[in-house]
Design a protein around this ligand. Structure first.
Ligand code: UD1
Ligand code: MG
Length: 458
């Protein structure tokens, strides 16, 4: 199969007006990746050797997303929305290069798996000229119906063109289709628009192939896989299915999710073995977690790497470009941003570490803040190994603090500190004997006098 070349054509010209959005429909995200991204990733995983994306007019944003994911993808503009076959034909230049297999996928149908695309390709390898993805529809309304004749798929009839008898068919067209490269262009070019919608239907390729004596095939999938998105309610439904898949994959891979329904993963979240994820944890894109890590409840992680045996949370936030070393402890209400924590470093309570490098075994006290932003630019804070930053320290970057440095609690540190030093960044403490007690007693007297005066007035 892999020797067969394959062009995938992704239709992404949908206006998506029902999304009520400034963003085109296919750029809305599911599990942290655009729907278009999901489709392009799946067809690539199914051995797609080339990708063509058909976009609506003036959709540079869609073209950019396609190229971000598949730099060599070609982008074709469909100026007028004249139907799915017309859309596919906009990629004629790509088609004309000649491929064994041609897959047509929809950019708003993000849950189709690589396995399903591979099964469609297997049908082509088995001799089919056209292979269709069918499913048993709970409610077939609106879908194209698969019409059989003598045990073979003879045609797809759209809802609006179907007879009463055809409407009773529940085996429906999931939308995507695979065409043998040798026949694709000829079939597509013969498709007309004499139907209820006056559109060039891709689905008519089936009847044309069948009439021409070419073999057709049906590959079936669960309805869930062909779920399309037209509005935000359907977007949420698709998100829920994607999350279930990701949670199951994480658990099958050896992670424990105490309350899986409350953990939100991204398309690329990687969890090692014996990772424990407590309830209400959100993983944004780009997170990798090594074996034996514990992510405690209500934490948020994105764009970071967490090494073996670390403990994060509860209520921790790890932001992009952060690296949490082996055995590190990040405790409650700690925010870590573009920061590297060396092995066994700790920040257990209430801290902000931004643009920082924290050395091995260093302890960051409660309330420590790196002042990384001066209002215009961001600056780094570098802290050596085995240092101890006392509670409520304010570290004004750019700043370099050496190894085994002790920063006194409550310090504001603006100058570099050499290794081995004890640094104070606060006024020396003063104490005046007896003055405290005097003041406390005076205050008591004044309070009593005021209350007596108020009582007299009343
Ligand atoms: C299509 C199928 C139908 C199938 C259903 C599954 C056809 C003719 N019908 O119907 O059999 O049951 O999907 O959901 O294919 N598009 C373009 N340019 C166009 C028209 C469409 O890019 O000119 C894109 C749309 O953005 C969308 C996809 O093609 O991603 C399908 O178009 P849509 O109008 O949703 O087709 P359906 O009526 O749903
Ligand atoms: Mg549709």
């Amino acid at each position: 199969m892999t020797e067969r070349s394959c062009l995938s054509i992704v239709l992404a010209a949908g206006e998506g007006t029902r999304m009520k959005s400034a963003r085109p429909k296919v750029l809305h995200e599911v599990a942290g990746l655009s729907m278009l991204g999901h489709v392009l990733t799946a067809v690539a995983a199914a051995g797609g050797t080339a990708a063509a994306v058909v976009v609506g007019p003036d959709r540079d944003d869609v073209a950019a997303e396609a190229r971000r994911l598949v730099p060599e993808a070609t982008v074709h503009v469909q100026a007028d929305r004249l139907g799915t076959a017309h859309a596919v034909l906009q990629a004629e230049a790509a088609l004309a290069k000649g491929f064994d297999d041609v897959i047509v996928a929809f950019g708003d149908t993000p849950l189709v798996t690589p396995q399903t695309f591979l099964r469609l390709r297997a049908a082509l390898a088995g001799g089919a000229a056209v292979a269709v993805l069918g499913f048993q529809a709970a409610d077939p309304f609106g879908y194209g119906r698969l019409v059989m004749e003598g045990g073979a798929l003879a045609a797809i009839v759209e809802e609006k063109d179907a007879t009463e008898a055809q409407r009773a068919i529940t085996l429906c067209n999931g939308g995507l289709m695979a065409l043998a490269g040798t026949h694709a262009l000829a079939l597509l070019k013969r498709i007309g628009n004499a139907n209820a919608k006056g559109e060039f239907y891709l689905t008519d390729a089936v009847a044309l192939a069948f009439a021409g004596g070419l073999p057709t095939a049906i590959v079936t999938s669960p309805e869930e896989e062909v779920r399309g998105v037209n509005d935000r309610v359907q977007l949420a439904e698709v998100e829920a299915i994607a999350q279930t898949r990701l949670r199951v994959a994480a658990m099958r891979g050896g992670a424990t999710l105490t309350a899986p329904g409350t953990v939100f993963l991204s398309f690329d979240t990687r969890l090692g073995r014996d990772v424990l994820v407590e309830p209400n944890v959100v993983f944004g894109p780009g997170v990798t977690v090594e074996d034996g890590v514990i992510i405690r409840a209500s934490s948020h992680l994105a764009g970071c790497h967490v090494a073996r045996g670390a403990i994060v949370g509860p209520f921790a936030r790890i932001r992009p470009k952060s690296r949490i070393g082996e055995g590190v402890h990040i405790g409650n209400f700690v925010e870590v941003n573009r920061t590297t924590m060396g092995p066994r470093a700790e920040a257990n309570h209430l801290a902000y570490l931004g643009d920082a490098t924290v050395g091995e075994g260093t302890n960051i006290g409660a309330g420590t803040i790196t002042c990384n932003f001066d209002g215009a630019d961001k600056h780094p804070t570098v802290i050596g190994r085995d240092a101890f930053v006392g509670s409520n320290s304010t570290l004004v970057a750019p700043l370099t603090i050496g190894d085994e440095v002790l920063i006194a609690a409550g310090s504001t540190i603006t100058l570099d500190v050499a290794s081995g030093s004890l640094a104070f960044g606060r006024p020396r403490q003063a104490a005046l004997p007896d003055r405290g007690a005097e003041r406390i007693r005076t205050n008591k007297r004044r309070r009593a006098a005021r209350k007596a005066k108020e009582a007299g007035k009343a």
